[in-house]
Design a protein around this ligand. Sequence first.
Ligand SMILES: Cc1ncc(COP(=O)(O)O)c(C=O)c1O
Length: 384
Amino acid sequence: MDELLSYRDRFPILRDCIYLINHSLAAMPAAAEDRLLEYARMWRERGIRSWGEGWWEMPVTVGDQIARIIGAPPGSTVMHQNVTIAEEVVLSCFRRPGERRRVVYEEANFPSVRYLYQAQPDLEVVAVEDDAAIVDAIDERTLLVPISHVLFKNGEIQDVAAIARRAHEAGAYVVLDCYQSAGVVPLDVTGLGVDFACGGSVKWLCGGPGAGWLYVRPDLAERLEPTFVGWQGHARPFAFEPELEYAAGARRFLTGTPNVPALYAATAGYDVIEEAGVGRIRERSLALTQLLIDQLDAAGLEIGSPRDPARRGGTVLVRTPDDAAVHRELGERGVICDFRPGAGVRLGPHFYNSEDELRRTVAELVHIVESGAYRRHADAVARF
Ligand SMILES: Cc1ncc(COP(=O)(O)O)c(C=O)c1O
């Protein structure tokens, strides 16, 4: 038995269903409930003193835990609510772009990231087909290259190093969205040389909603001046000075009052990820996704995600005759997964899923497709 299976009893939901939706909302660690109770206790018993006893510093102290997971130095990563806000903080450093006003990304970038850049009146967005095309599209007009480390739809790992090299040659900045890699694919933002990295915690980090994060390359953090800033970004927030003076380092990328309960909950997930180790998690993830691919191949179902381990993230995409209906039927049979319109059903095992769960999932999938059982959900639509 794989030793990571011993973590199963720390995730209560695994007792009730086959939980294969870790690319969307990973299983809650039982410890998250204890953390939230601790938050409530502090609020109840310590009241305002809680700020001085840890709450105020949490965007930085929790950010340091993320930093350990993503290969960043201490003090370089701060917590926000979500990726959209983290990317907006980055964007806000470049309010008057001038001649260099292009944003280059690929079509498969996550929608909220695409929408945010599209909505900027001073920027010109160039969307290209894939990661190789990004390298070709970057030139002296390029300001920002916001990319995903692992694509959300099909779990494909992108060639970040090649993009970062080309971007820096041309004088552009790379913003790496690591939402689909942090916690399941080893990640070294320092080694990759990216300028910014961001992500959230609901997926492979098992940290729940409301705990996004932003890494800024330490030398850049000293000179960039975000215009989306609040009092946590001031050098002396409790002096309540009328004029802005940026805090040193990544703190200047903070906004206002932090999302304290979300940060309490999130650390329970990060603790398990650190303890299990992303290296060991990746090894198990590759074994589990390979098992899924082999089983789906044997059943004659079409795979829509990469087979090559070097390009394969944590999710396997399988094409079915009606993804919405098949997904609904799987849910009724106790298999929790999702689908993306036009792409396929997404199966995302994490380190705590067992081989037996995956075999049962494929058996159910095959039965649903071959028997036509999915047809009774002809009205099923995309949600979550
Ligand atoms: C790659 C990627 N980026 C971003 C997000 C979410 O962005 P936000 O935190 O703004 O909701 C997701 C999924 O929800 C994602 O898969």
